[in-house]
Design a protein around this ligand. Structure first.
Ligand code: OGA
Ligand code: MN
Length: 226
């Protein structure tokens, strides 16, 4: 089930130039989106889906060992299918961002996928990369947080590490409207245990067409053939 209530037009805004400067300089950025009806509708839908038991235990890659998966991540997710006005609004936002970033940074972003996630009390996600180096598949990771008045005692931080995987670069608090963006192949990250239900939308802009990025093919082919 999804919420079908119409949403007043107007996508959330933020400083795209500063996002691009951050990505170029450090590979990640934390932005704050203007509060629009869309963000509230997304929060409402995420919570309604969770209460209706429509979010399901997340997996990792092709791993089928459920105990192993439980040691790595304990969130519940539901992929966007574009069925509600709220989801279509977020997909429109992501498409505007895709075109803007391709123009400003020539990233060659090709498509976007996203899921709702909830970390129930005790939920976490151990340190990982969203894309294997050289796979050139997921290029840009983004997470929109949907938790008004998030308390620091509730943990649930997005913790980013440097490329060398040694130092914590920053902790991002999952407050409503906070928008974290980082390079999928470069930035190891984890979600520290959450002590209250923590809602978000994780999204990935992909470059999944080898033909579109000839300069990258030498890197891609050995993995794509595996
Ligand atoms: C992920 C992830 C981070 C977050 O879903 O891959 O790292 O803060 N999420 O929810
Ligand atoms: Mn991740």
């Amino acid at each position: 089930m999804t919420l079908q209530t119409a949403i007043p037009p107007g996508l959330p805004a933020f400083d795209v130039a500063s996002l691009c400067a951050d990505l170029t300089r450090q590979g990640w950025s934390q932005q704050s989106l203007t509060d629009t009806a869309l963000l509230t509708a997304l929060r409402d839908e995420a919570e309604a889906l969770w209460r209706a038991d429509a979010l399901h235990r997340a997996g990792i890659g092709r791993a089928s060992d459920h105990e192993l998966v439980r040691e790595i991540r304990r969130d519940k997710t539901r992929w966007f299918d574009g069925a509600s006005p709220a989801q279509r609004g977020w997909l429109d936002f992501a498409e505007d961002l895709r075109l803007d970033l391709n123009q400003r940074l020539a990233l060659g972003l090709f498509s976007f996928e996203a899921h709702y996630a909830v970390y129930e009390p005790g939920g976490f996600y151990r340190k990982h990369l969203d894309s294997f180096r050289g796979a050139r598949n997921r290029i840009l990771s983004s997470v929109l947080y949907l938790n008004p008045g998030w308390k620091s005692r509730n943990g649930g931080l997005l913790r980013l590490y440097d490329e060398g995987d040694e130092h914590v670069i920053t902790d991002i608090v999952p407050e409503f409207g906070t928008f974290a963006v980082f390079l999928s192949e470069e930035i190891p990250h984890e979600v520290t245990p959450a002590l209250a239900p923590r809602f978000s939308i994780a999204g990935w802009h992909r470059c999944n067409d080898l033909g579109r990025a000839p300069a990258l093919q030498a890197k891609v082919l050995p993995i794509a053939a595996a």
